[in-house]
Design a protein around this ligand. Structure first.
Ligand code: GNR
Ligand code: NI
Length: 185
């Protein structure tokens, strides 16, 4: 399964709203598999379709082995507030504290098109909120104060030079490493 290229901050697709999925095809399931593989190779806990150049309203999540495919997800309940550190595979090496709800309930379709609801807390809830933001063109830096956003963007101005044409290519060796680890677990 191929690794997908990750789009980084500055690529306009990260700022677009995604299009709801109307039909779950084999092609979409292949995209889902490739997104999991790419997320694992990048050592991320979530990955949204726009980050790999796609407009489908779709994201995948793996927080400590709790894996989710979220198609057309919606947050139907939110509760509590807490700050916690976030990063983004599309803004590598930039981190900042973001205030998020500590508990959410998300309604979505799974990879078979079946509707489900999931209640999440803490890091999983944070990850769901971060990913659902991506599906509407919002990035974690948008939640920062002007001052903190400026310092994050200043760091990015330097980091960005590592990503010609705003594309981040992962090392295929990381995929092999991950498969090896899967076999051990
Ligand atoms: O890998 C990721 N870590 C993370 C940490 C805290 C809150 C959200 C995230 S998601 C991020 C991967 C990513 O960019 N998903 O869009
Ligand atoms: Ni992200």
């Amino acid at each position: 399964m191929p690794l997908l290229e990750i789009r980084v901050l500055g690529d306009p697709i990260l700022r677009e709203e995604t299009i709801p999925v109307t039909e779950i095809t084999d092609e979409l399931r292949t995209l889902i598999d490739d997104m999991f593989e790419t997320m694992h190779a990048a050592k991320g806990i979530g990955l949204a379709a726009p980050q790999v150049g796609r407009r489908e309203r779709l994201t995948v999540v793996d927080v400590d082995g709790d894996r989710f495919v979220l198609i057309n997800p919606e947050i139907v309940e939110r509760e509590g507030k807490a700050k916690g550190e976030e990063g983004c595979l599309s803004i590598p090496d930039v981190y900042a504290d973001v205030e998020r709800a500590t508990r959410v309930v998300v309604r979505a379709l799974d990879r078979d098109g079946q509707p489900f609801e999931v209640e999440a807390r803490d890091l999983l809830a944070r990850c769901f909120q971060h990913e659902i933001d991506h599906l509407f063109g919002t990035l974690f830096i948008d939640h920062l104060s002007v001052l903190k956003r400026r310092s994050a963007l200043a760091k990015w101005t330097k980091e960005k030079e590592k990503y010609p044409r705003l594309i981040r290519r992962l090392d295929p060796a990381d995929v092999a490493a991950h498969h090896h680890r899967d076999e051990e677990l």
